[in-house]
Design a protein around this ligand. Structure first.
Ligand code: FAD
Length: 453
């Protein structure tokens, strides 16, 4: 792994689809970019999705080439497993303070052979599969991870030394510590994406207590061919579910949990998953309980019609409460909105909560750009300059600015890259770099001339 240099044209925070796009757009224009990702792999949410609406293309098949491109681009330096501690205005640019977390091995020496992972005796719930599968205490994040470099989870490691013994390159270094690094950049792009509304947000849905109430990202993993079960099974007993419910607006448009906004993608990802379930499980019944369907993008309304035509039951009803039966089936108390608010009890063997999107990261104390009331970055001139934040030289792309789908995240990240490039030209950042380099070259020449005599 290349050493972090003293100076970059741009710092991009977050290596999801938006951050990768912004870094690539800048790199292609000849700007030097430092792309910082806090996780051990880039790819963000997209690399863990099964298929994407409305085309039903394989998500990782689209995402992994982008990941490889970003990782191997001559102008982009990738810095994974690294936290941004502070970004502060200094002169014309920004001083950037980073903390590189220890992987407990020498990254350049790890060949990604997985032997350590196979030798490790400790199983830990796997974050990539939202706890539905397991990983080892030393592991490569997943099959499509970039870089394919192992990381040792020191919290769960028992230091048995088995990984070290099988490592063909002897790359383990248990003495590694977090490393503080300072660099500088002319512009900053924040692309720190999303988290889903916490499962515990609505107590009445039992998201944090009932084992068969799932989060939608977990369902993406179960539906994926490289997912934890290899097929769709319900978590409590490993049986094939026969009756599945989606509860819409389970974490958005709800003032009681402090999330009054619409998260824009939930109707579409629920319809996508519901339709795919009808493809994966013969004879399954999938019911989507919704208040209204918001199919806002190109081809999305047609996708909604297709899902209903192919068997997804869209039921206009508001789920008030979920309780659990003895066999872990779920009983939903539903107010049927199309039937004068009649209340019904419906039984399903699996429930997916269509959770909303909340910010993946809060900048407070790290970058002095302001957040809006909803916690996403404030873009005061959203209509004309959607990537501009309240801090000059700091731009935002993707879901960090507000909920959106992948195409919009990519478009907005491109806009952020263009705005950052314009800004760098306006402040003459590269000309200054030339002057600095010119000055140090001249100094070097003097030293060499001195030494010659
Ligand atoms: C269940 C579900 C299904 C979906 N399905 C679809 C679909 O089919 N089609 C579609 O168009 N959209 C879909 N979406 C929406 C899609 O996931 C987002 O639009 C997309 O992932 C946004 O990309 P992003 O780069 O902005 O954010 P993310 O994918 O969240 O990436 C952000 C990255 O930033 C990193 N990061 C966060 N904080 C920091 C920090 N402080 N320092 C360094 N790195 C940091 C994160 O680790 C992550 O890698 C779905 C969403 C959900 C929840």
């Amino acid at each position: 792994m290349a050493k972090i240099r003293e100076r970059y044209d741009a710092l991009v925070i977050g290596g999801g689809i938006a951050g990768m796009q912004a870094a690539l757009d800048l790199g292609e224009q000849g700007y030097d970019v430092l792309l910082v990702e806090k996780e051990p792999s880039i790819g963000g949410v997209m690399v863990g999705l099964n298929k994407v609406f409305p085309t039903l293309d394989c998500s990782s098949c689209i995402c992994t080439p982008r990941m490889a491109e970003a990782a191997h681009h001559a102008r982009i330096q990738l810095q994974t497993y690294t936290e941004v501690e502070r970004v502060e205005k200094k002169g014309t640019g920004f001083a950037v303070h980073l903390v590189k977390k220890p992987r407990f091995l020498i990254e350049d020496d790890c060949v990604g052979c997985n032997l350590c992972e196979l030798a490790c005796p400790i199983d830990v719930p796997h974050e990539f599969d939202y706890g539905l599968g397991a990983r080892r205490a030393v592991y490569i994040p997943h099959g499509n991870a970039i870089p394919q470099t192992a990381v040792l989870d020191v919290e769960n490691c028992v230091f048995c030394g088995k990984c070290e013994k099988v490592c063909p390159t002897h790359c383990f270094d248990f003495t590694q510590e977090a490393e503080e690094v300072t660099t500088s950049a002319g512009a900053v792009i924040i692309a720190t994406g999303l988290q889903i509304t916490p499962m515990a947000a609505k107590k009445e849905y039992g998201g944090d207590t009932f084992v068969n109430v799932m989060n939608p990202l977990g369902m993406e993993r179960i539906q994926s061919s490289n997912g934890p079960y290899g097929r769709v099974l319900r978590p409590s007993d490993g049986k094939i579910p026969r009756s599945i419910a989606y509860v819409q607006c389970a974490g958005s448009r709800d003032r009681s949990i402090g999330i009054p906004y619409c998260s824009r993608v939930c109707c579409m990802y629920a319809l996508k998953q519901a339709l795919l379930l009808t493809h994966y499980i013969h004879g399954v019944e999938v019911t989507l309980y919704y208040m209204d369907i918001r199919a806002f993008g190109k081809g999305y309304e047609q996708f909604y019609r297709r899902a209903v035509k192919e068997g997804v039951k869209a039921t206009k009803g508001k789920v008030a409460k979920i309780t659990e039966a003895d066999n872990h089936d779920l009983i939903l108390r539903v107010e049927m909105l199309d039937e004068n608010g009649r209340v019904e009890e419906r039984r399903h063997d699996l429930v997916v909560l269509a959770q909303g999107l909340v910010p993946g990261w809060h900048v407070g104390g790290v970058v002095d750009a302001e957040e809006a009331e909803d916690g996403f970055l404030l873009t005061p001139e959203a209509k004309v300059s959607p990537s501009h934040t309240t801090m000059e030289g700091v731009f935002v792309g993707g879901v960090a600015a507000g909920p959106k789908d992948i195409p919009d995240a990519i478009v907005e990240a491109g806009e952020a890259a263009m705005a950052a490039a314009n800004y760098l030209e306006r402040i003459g950042w590269r000309a200054m770099a030339g002057a600095v380099l010119g000055a140090s070259a001249a100094k070097q020449e003097v030293v060499e001339t001195w030494e010659m005599h």
